[in-house]
Ligand binder design. Structure first.
Ligand SMILES: O=C(O)CCC(=O)C(=O)O
Ligand SMILES: [Fe+2]
Length: 329
């Protein structure tokens, strides 16, 4: 089948429409489905079930205490910052930190860090050579792992689903170790909007202190709604250098420094950048929550895998969040 596909796709004169049709057959939506206004018309349709499920489980999904104010801040400003211990028992952070610091002691990981520190480039699929990803290009996690459990926990999912106003998908989960580099900002170190969906909730859990010098996440509150320099789905959203700086004065830009355990919730359809340490390094866990209509889900790009479940997840929002994630082993 895949041989036939490559013959067809390489055939001279094949029209992009036919290519798109083929992709549709593979279960992936063609790129034109992500163009305005097509995307905005079918997005609600693809999310109907997720909305219905959210209503059906309204009682258990109702945000509690601080979760409510996090959702309110997200709606108003596109960003909310808390300490993880305010949402989950203190042991969670300590367990995650212990496990992560051990991962950084793995010889290959240490070698990668040394290589970049010495000005070299590590081999990877991603262009962001300055980020060491201890779990590789496509991380595989145990369902029982603390970071997975945290990302699917009641408080986090009540916030993610509450903000999306529907059940949502966990589309990425990864550990980043940003090494200090010289030179100008590159890729996501530059101001941009993310192109995956009309609403994207990302969480960044700092596992070591982050100050002005080791690559804080930066955001322009309030830019998460359609406004100047509109977001495009599935395409580049990087304005030319200097444009964002000219439009938004420094007082409008939020620099998210914080102690280990700081948890940033952010709608990254708004302008953001980060991860360029000038000295030291930045260590964080990143999780991404999108709707069922996101570019990555519809184009079938699995950004992480889970090991075969030992026991099924009983919590409906959690099983929906990972329902499209591949299981291995
Ligand atoms: O590394 C950062 O602080 C920014 C990352 C980013 O742009 C993203 O996750 O969308
Ligand atoms: Fe981004």
């Amino acid at each position: 089948m895949s041989k036939l596909r490559s013959i067809i796709l390489k055939a001279p004169g094949i029209s992009s429409a036919r290519k798109a049709y083929w992709e549709l057959h593979q279960g992936k939506l063609p790129q034109y489905c992500f163009r305005w206004p097509i995307y905005d018309m079918w997005r609600p349709v693809v999310n109907l079930k997720a909305k219905k499920l959210y209503r059906l489980h309204a009682r258990e999904m109702a945000p509690r205490g601080m979760e409510k104010s996090i959702i309110e801040q997200l709606r108003k400003r596109g960003i909310a910052i808390v300490h993880i211990n305010d949402l989950l028992p203190g042991k969670v952070l300590l367990d995650i930190q212990r496990w992560v610091e051990n991962q950084l002691q793995i010889p290959e990981v240490k070698e990668q860090i040394k290589l970049i520190e010495a000005g070299g480039r590590r081999q990877s699929k991603s262009d962001k050579y300055y980020i060491v990803r201890p779990f590789g290009d496509v991380p595989v996690f145990d369902l029982q792992n603390d970071i997975v459990a945290m990302s699917l926990s009641g408080p986090i999912l009540r916030i993610a689903c509450g903000y999306h106003r529907m059940f949502c998908r966990l589309t990425a989960l990864d550990l980043w170790y940003n090494v200090a580099t010289e030179g100008p900002d590159l890729y996501s170190q530059r101001w941009h909007r993310d192109p995956d969906d009309r609403v994207i909730l990302k969480t960044f859990l700092y596992l070591r202190d982050v100050d002005e010098d080791n690559g804080p996440f930066c955001y322009i509150p309030g830019t998460h709604r359609a406004g100047p320099l509109r977001q495009k789905i599935g395409r580049l959203n990087y304005p030319k250098p200097g444009v964002v700086e000219r439009k938004f004065s420094p007082s409008r830009r939020q620099v998210c420094t914080g102690k280990a355990g700081t948890l940033v919730f952010c709608d990254t359809t708004g302008f953001h950048k980060g991860g360029h340490p000038k000295r030291g390094a930045r260590l964080l866990f990143n999780a991404v929550y999108t709707s069922n209509a996101s570019h990555s889900i519809r184009r079938g790009a699995g950004q992480f895998f889970l090991k075969k479940p030992v026991r099924a997840i009983q919590y409906p929002a959690a099983s929906f969040a990972i329902a499209l994630i591949g299981f291995v082993g």
